[in-house]
Design a protein. Structure first.
Lengths: 305, 315, 308
């Protein structure tokens, strides 16, 4: 059946006798391996180097003044200045974001995974919409807050507006993470529940959600940590002033850590730079601690079905 | 007393028709739909928030001037509304960021996925993910106070880097995006079935050949999606460029050693000052915002498509 | 070297030598007989060669501390089809993967004992596993074409191994012809390998393997994911290829082993004194003999269906 003139796929006549060691050294391969390794080393080296630099820069300001004292715009008062109002503002905002964003995000994800018929155009649109929102720049959410929430809806430039804007910003993160966690629960668990006569909500609330808790927790913590670090939308919402009091209610004026850091950075004096570095270390400690917990929860409690 | 596990005898002959209403089920479903609707409202809200002032803006400024003008000076006495300086600054920063982030991010991903021992990978992957969460204001800070002095030291000529410049903003942004590109690319490489690698090894491939000719091509849509996401983040990133990128917008700046305002930096700069509502300056923020939204919308569409194609191949 | 056509291969050869060669071995060692036994049964093909191209001696494979297969000794005869059969978990695939150092890719895997290829120790320190795999190719259980075109799938091996190829088109055509796939794909060489049916994909994988001109082809249950018609095609193809290549096939299907192979190795799983399961080679002999006159009781039980 094969064309007799072509003999090229017959075993290589040199094969049997030839030594198996002839092409042992492969300089190209070694160079490639080293190049890839260098990428990783550079990435880690630069990032850890920069974070260490921030730590050293802010070292003198890493004491209790940071959270017991208020910020100031005056160089003369800098020695007794801290970021208490920004820290308390951040804690307020993050609590509000948790209250607003997590229920909406988790319920949306349940709808999309368990209830929505994704052959329907409107459910597919909903899904695309969420994927797109995840990629919308944060400053655009600031514009949404400025035009609609602060002005049209009359929430003003309050801590509530900030919390709503940041909630909408990180909502896609919560939804996408929760959906993945729900999707990872095997179909057989649902079928077993239905076969015992459970209704849909009983199945979801008693079987599916408990199994998905680690994934939901991870997504939620990552979302909150992202909200803590966001400054751009708050700049558009006009949060760039020195606030020397802690928020005292939902309609209070506010400042937050990243905004306070930005304000310090824009000051030319070196003392402000130092205080900014100290505040950055505080912000990084909060954010990285939250992310570590999230990643730990995911790696530790993730069920392999 | 014994508990009967026999079928409920009394139920025999019962109708299978719905006997009970289930109000809980309906209430729950209504709640879920309402929650899901929030994300739709968000998008609609963004479009409305952008559209109204943008339309107002284009009543006074021609679209042709906006798109082709090479000077953007809404705060000057001599006002000009050509958006090209903002777009070109955005482009320069994005290109610099990608030149750094794509090779380093991809190289790190290849090393983690193909070369690193499982223990090393298990340790490093979470750290990469952790670093992806560093707030961007931190990168702005290190760009201005750590990286730029370093750059100025190496490049002390008179035409050297300005106090704020596009190069340093681009470098910091590149460093910022590396963990994102590395993490997502590594995920897509890890999803390439083991059987493909084995097939390639059985054909006498070296590890480099397996990586570059089999794994990377098979994971390409995931990698492209990671890069597009990186572009999208670079275009939309605000803090780094606001802090370290500069403010110039009265002319098109191409030289990365000079400072210039990107689209996001302009929005942040002007809205942190006092601007009267309804003024042309106020509306110009929204016009630039609308352009930014459209650009990232297009990038997201590409990225979503790529991810979907990637999923189709292996799931 | 005697040239054998596939027609001759199909016909049992009753004239081969009768003298059994007794392999030295302890009681625990498997019965290994490489001589042709006189049998009237038609199972298997009479060997046409007793020149070993590979030899295993005392081969054990470990995954970490776990010894998956223990103390295997058998030859692989040149241009013959050798089948490895046995119940699941008996280590037959593990041994197969030890023959071209695929186990190197599993972290913690280790091979003890000696595997020689033309007298060279495959696991010697200075041996390049890439060179080993260039000469000893492998076809896997589940077809695994690359997500590339049919043409690029076949051309992949020659390209990565740096083969001097005058005309790649000819080489691709030849490999596809030899894999009995050419007529089905000649008009769509540029379409994706994944667009083919399962049986076609497996033949593409065989074409891909022979394109680098190996001497030995290892096949790890190559038909287990295929329907009976596709299986028959692959089996026919194996006969064809056996005139040029040495083939080692792992199969869970005894009938397949009986149909296609010249030699058969029967493996089983044993539980030792520490309650650990290990794969063991029970018996190796000419296929006709193993299926009609097995030397070991366990082989007899397995082939007559009293096992598993």
């Amino acid at each position: 059946m094969s064309a007799p003139t072509l003999t090229s796929t017959r075993p290589d006549p040199s094969a049997p006798g030839a030594a198996l060691t002839q092409r042992r050294s492969r300089p190209g391969d070694l160079a490639f391996r080293l190049a890839m390794q260098a990428c990783l080393v550079v990435a880690f080296g630069v990032l850890t180097g920069l974070l260490t630099w921030v730590l050293i820069k802010g070292w003198n300001r890493l004491d209790s003044r940071l959270w017991t004292e208020m910020p100031t715009g005056l160089t003369s008062r800098l020695d007794g200045a801290g970021v208490q109002s920004a820290l308390v503002g951040t804690l307020w905002i993050i609590s509000l974001v948790a209250v607003i964003c997590l229920p909406i995000g988790i319920l949306s994800a349940i709808y999309l995974e368990e209830y929505a018929d994704n052959t329907r155009w409107y459910n597919r649109l909903l899904e695309l919409n969420i994927q797109n929102l995840a990629g919308v720049p944060s400053i655009i959410f600031g514009i949404l807050g400025l035009g609609i929430i602060a002005r049209a809806l009359g929430f003003g430039f309050t801590i509530t507006t900030a919390a709503i804007v940041l909630s909408l910003l990180v909502l896609p993160v919560v939804i996408i993470a929760t959906r993945e966690a729900i999707r990872a629960v095997p179909q057989s668990i649902r079928q077993a529940s239905y076969a015992l006569g459970a209704t849909k909500w009983q199945t979801v609330s008693r079987q599916v959600l408990p199994s998905a808790v680690p994934g939901i927790a991870t997504g939620s913590i990552l979302a909150l940590s992202r909200a803590i670090g966001e400054a751009a939308p708050l700049i558009v919402l006009g949060a760039v002033t020195f606030i020397t009091f802690n928020p005292n209610g939902l309609d209070s004026a506010y400042t937050a850590l990243p905004i306070q850091i930005f304000t310090f950075i824009t000051r030319p004096q070196a003392e402000f730079t130092e205080l900014a570095a100290g505040a950055i270390v505080l912000l990084l400690a909060i954010v990285l601690a939250m992310n570590s917990i999230a990643i730990f929860v995911r790696n530790r409690f993730e069920k392999r079905w | 007393m014994t508990t009967s596990i026999h079928g409920a005898g009394s139920a025999a002959g019962n109708s299978l028709r719905q006997g009970r209403r289930r109000p809980v089920e309906s209430i729950v479903k209504a709640l879920l739909v309402a929650a899901a609707f929030v994300s739709i409202i968000t998008t609609v809200g963004i479009v409305i928030a952008l559209a109204e002032p943008t339309i107002g803006f284009f009543r006074q400024v021609s679209i042709v001037e906006f798109v082709t003008g090479t000077s953007w000076t809404p705060t000057f006495a001599q006002k000009a509304y050509g958006v090209l300086p903002l777009v070109s600054a955005t482009l320069v920063v994005t290109v610099i960021a990608l030149l750094i982030a794509v090779p380093i991010g991809l190289g790190s991903a290849i090393y983690l996925s193909e070369y690193a021992r499982p223990g090393v990978r298990k340790l490093l992957k979470p750290i990469v993910e952790l670093l992806a969460g560093v707030p961007t204001v931190v990168y702005g800070f290190v760009a201005l106070f750590a990286l730029n002095p370093l750059l100025q030291k190496w490049w002390p000529a008179d035409d050297g880097p300005a106090f704020q410049n596009l190069l340093i903003a681009g470098i910091a942004m590149g460093i910022m995006i590396v963990p994102t590109i590395a993490s997502i690319s590594e995920d897509s490489m890890a999803a390439v079935p083991r059987s493909l690698r084995e097939g390639a090894y059985a054909l006498a491939s070296t590890k480099m050949q397996v990586s570059t000719r089999v794994v990377v091509p098979a994971a390409i849509s995931g990698i492209v999606a990671a890069i597009v996401l990186g572009i999208s983040r670079a275009v939309g990133e605000t803090m780094i460029v606001t802090i370290a990128g500069g403010l110039t917008s009265d002319r098109v700046v191409i030289n990365p050693l000079d400072g210039a305002a990107t689209m996001t930096a302009f929005i942040a700069n002007i809205s942190s000052g006092d601007i009267p509502i309804g003024s042309l300056d106020y509306d110009s923020v929204f016009a630039v915002g609308a352009l930014l939204f459209l650009i990232t919308f297009a990038l997201n569409a590409v990225s979503i498509r790529m991810v979907r194609r990637f999923r189709e191949v292996y799931e | 070297m005697v040239t054998v056509t596939s027609e001759q291969l199909h016909r049992p050869n009753h004239e081969s030598e009768v003298t059994p060669v007794n392999q030295p071995g302890t009681a625990s060692r498997p019965a290994v007989s490489i001589s042709a036994a006189n049998t009237t049964d038609t199972a298997g093909h009479q060997p046409t060669s007793t020149v070993p191209v590979m030899e295993l001696d005392g081969v054990s494979v470990f995954y970490g501390d776990y010894e998956a297969v223990r103390d295997t000794a058998m030859p692989i005869q040149e241009k013959q089809i050798t089948a490895m059969i046995g119940p699941s978990g008996c280590g037959k695939s593990t041994i197969l993967r030890a023959l071209n150092r695929m186990n190197d890719l599993i972290p913690g895997a280790r091979v003890a004992g000696s595997v020689t290829y033309h007298g060279q120790d495959l696991y010697a320190k200075d041996v390049d596993p890439i060179e080993v795999r260039r000469r000893i190719g492998m076809v896997f259980q589940k077809p695994n074409p690359f997500p590339k075109s049919i043409y690029d799938n076949v051309a992949y091996g020659p390209r990565v191994t740096g083969m001097k190829v005058d005309n790649m088109d000819d080489l691709v055509e030849k490999a596809l012809r030899d894999a009995a796939l050419w007529d089905e794909v000649k008009d769509k060489l540029k379409s994706s390998g994944l667009s083919l049916s399962g049986g076609q994909q497996q033949r593409l994988c065989i074409a891909r393997t022979i394109a680098v001109r190996p001497e030995i082809i290892l096949m790890d249950e190559p038909c287990s994911a295929l329907d009976p018609i596709a299986t028959a095609k692959i089996e026919d193809l194996m006969f064809e290829l056996a005139s040029d290549y040495t083939i080692v096939i792992v199969t869970h299907n005894m009938q397949q082993a009986a149909r296609v192979s010249h030699y058969t190795a029967f493996f089983t799983a044993e539980v030792d004194e520490k309650q650990e399961r290990h794969g063991r080679l029970v018996e190796f002999s000419q296929t006709g003999k193993l299926f009609t006159n097995p030397a070991d009781k366990r082989t007899e039980d397995y082939i007559t269906g009293r096992f598993g």
